[in-house]
Design a protein around this ligand. Sequence first.
Ligand SMILES: [Mn+2]
Length: 346
Amino acid sequence: MSASSRPLDSDQLAAVELLRSARRFVLCGHMRPDGDCIGAQAALARVLESRGKDVWVINPDPPEGRFAYLSREVTYRAWTGGELPVHDVAVMLDFCEPQRLGALEAPLFAAGSKKLVVDHHVHAGTAFWDAAFVDVRAAATGLLVRRIARALDAPLDRVAAEGVFTSIVTDTGWFKYSNTDAETLAVAAEMVELGVEPNRLYDALYQQRSREHPVHVGRLLARTDYLADARLAVVAWPQAEVVESDLVDTDEVLDILRSVRSVEVVIFLRELKTGHVKASVRSKTEFDAQALCRQFGGGGHRKAAGATIAGNLDTVRPRVQAAALEVLGALGALGLGAPSAAGRGG
Ligand SMILES: [Mn+2]
């Protein structure tokens, strides 16, 4: 059996049935929607529209400009208050914590609609949804939309295919993270057969930076501190310079630091205007980024996770760093850390 046609469990079948039977949908994403979120929304919107459904796509924030090839085809509304349209089902894509809806949380839960979660994140806490199509092993939410379309017997048009492909490539770092599996590659190939031009999407996503961009990346990288024999890399970015960090794709900086041989874990700490610090954690080894972030009220995946923590860099950084060093110490004692002591080249 191919990876993209595995059987659905009973929860997933119930979710598909809700999508099949309801008529009016609102598709919601999380704050600062990423490529997986935007792509999964595009794909599910086209799939449901092909089934004659009314679909409204809305997020707390507008999509980044680099996703223009999708936002030209799909109307992404950004919540600015007012009223949500009357709808039967609100679908939450690529998140499972209602607070990630930001200002959209209150009006969405005030609406009497059914709540359906389509997601691949680990959920902590009580279930708030009416139905869920969840697989925490899936590399991207877009892959779950592909499975849903198959279950609904709905064909994907080119825009839906570009949505699924965008989901896959942004959540796998263009097929290089450990979540890249057979389903990822099989569905990517299928999307190319449906008309996606990978090079055109790569150009739109990663080759349209400003001239200043490399300088900002350089400044950020210059702030790196290596700890624990350079098994841990930490970049802390104070609020005073937040304008520049907004111009930099965090994943890009994390990727460069992860490329250092000795580094097992990278932590990027960004001070926000709201009195919080946004932590992004990436792991190359058994180090569980999700477990670390959960200690601080966040979540994500084993190899990639994040948390938004109350406080400033002076108060938050020592706590996060100490927690990470403790985990690294335990892993080191078990011999589960870097490839080998020799490989670390003392
Ligand atoms: Mn995702």
